[in-house]
Design a protein around this ligand. Structure first.
Ligand SMILES: Cc1cc2nc3c(=O)[nH]c(=O)nc-3n(C[C@H](O)[C@H](O)[C@H](O)COP(=O)(O)O)c2cc1C
Length: 369
């Protein structure tokens, strides 16, 4: 599974893995792919530094990258307290009532919510970058738009490739105009923030729109056959996020959530604004149903919704309140049916890829060549 881009980065497989877990990122790179650590949850620079040190110590010299979330629409000069003040009381009541209805216990006195919105604020993403540029990262990805010009220039000065996610050919063209090096075409099926165009349609559209820039196909990929399909559509690699959530290296802190993921089918996700205020694909739960119910108060825009639900999400996760317990995950969750090591995922990907290539060669009458 080698392409120009994987050769440029010096990796064996053109398989890029987004993950919030350092142990998974390092394992992906060790397995011959390219691990990308999601930085959005790091609000303290020291924690990011600690985890990048850990990756450095465990990646066996293989290349890896970092993913930040700098929204295209800036939230500048605004503190968390300012955002808090914008949240209507009726929405706070709705959160309280929903938690009471499901008997969700309170956090202990002084226990901070583990999930904050600040990683989406440009100034926080910039502190993450100040830390990350001291490490030999080879790729910097941005989730919600093109990174600002000075960030692209700084990355290029340090020899770091810049990638950005796109849910449409229009977004992809904007990235090209902004000097981005690699476009991640992320389809509707994907876990996390996602657009409305399915990967099968999106990938070739983006490949054509940004030619000759390399494109990574994302969304709905969990097998080697799907990798082969993405490469056949013109992608120079694949970008996988969901599949790592049920690897043995992942640290979801919740056996109940792992069980839910392993049991879920491909129809058990929903694209909902419940988590962040922007449409993000996640497990469908009674929590997403409550927010998506036309009789409810509806969700607030980003970043208000994220702040509104931050503590509630922490409580639901901590106490593993099963009907409400969810996570961003894509439709490929239907194929995530057993816990495997990251290496085992790679072994399955390479085997499936070879089978797909053999099959197409047979169909094309090229067997044995
Ligand atoms: C739990 C989870 C969290 C995610 N968080 C981010 C994020 O912070 N930044 C980002 O660029 N993409 C994020 N994504 C999207 C992935 O980068 C990736 O595009 C997507 O998972 C690919 O589709 P798949 O889920 O079908 O593999 C997230 C995905 C998941 C499953």
């Amino acid at each position: 599974m080698q392409t120009e881009l994987s050769n440029q980065l010096g990796v064996e497989h053109a398989v890029f893995g987004f993950t919030p877990f350092p142990a998974v990122a390092a394992a992906i790179s060790r397995a011959g792919g390219f691990g990308v650590l999601g930085a959005v949850r790091y609000t303290a620079p020291d924690e990011l530094k600690r985890d990048l040190d850990w990756i450095e110590a465990h990646v066996d010299g293989r290349p890896y990258g970092l993913d930040v979330v700098m929204p295209a629409k800036k939230v500048e000069g605004v503190t968390e307290a300012d955002v808090e003040a914008m949240i209507p009381e009726a929405h706070r009541d709705f959160v309280r009532e929903t938690l009471v209805k499901h008997g969700v216990p309170e956090l202990a006195e002084g226990e901070a919510s583990g999930w904050r919105i600040t990683g989406w604020m440009e100034q926080v993403a910039r502190t993450q970058l100040d830390v990350a540029f001291d490490y030999p990262i080879r790729l910097l990805a941005n989730a919600l738009g093109s990174p600002p010009a000075d960030v692209v220039a700084r990355a290029h000065d340090q020899g770091v490739l810049v990638a950005a996610l796109a849910g449409s050919a229009r977004h992809a063209r904007k990235h090209k105009d902004a000097g981005i090096d690699v476009v991640v075409a992320q389809g509707y099926e994907a876990g996390g923030h996602t657009g409305e165009i399915a990967s099968m349609v999106l990938t070739p559209e983006v490949v054509e729109a940004v030619d000759p820039l390399p494109v990574l196909a994302a969304g709905g990929i969990g097998s080697g056959q799907q990798v082969a399909a993405a490469l056949a559509l013109g992608a120079q690699g694949v970008w996988l996020g969901s599949v790592w959530l049920t690897t043995t290296e992942a640290d979801l802190h919740s056996p109940a959530l792992t069980r839910k993921l392993l049991a879920a089918g491909s129809g058990d996700t929903v694209r909902s604004r419940a988590l962040t205020g922007k449409p993000a694909r996640q497990l469908r739960t009674e929590w997403t149903d409550a927010w998506d119910d036309p009789d409810g108060p509806g969700t607030l825009p980003m970043p208000l919704q994220g702040l509104l639900v931050a503590e509630a999400v922490s409580r639901i996760q901590k106490y593993e309140v099963e009907p409400l317990l969810g996570t961003p995950v894509g439709q490929i969750v239907g194929r995530m049916n057993s816990e495997r090591s990251v290496q085992a995922v790679f072994d399955d990907l390479t085997r499936g890829f070879e089978r797909a290539v053999d099959r197409v060669n047979r169909i094309a009458g090229r067997s044995g060549q």
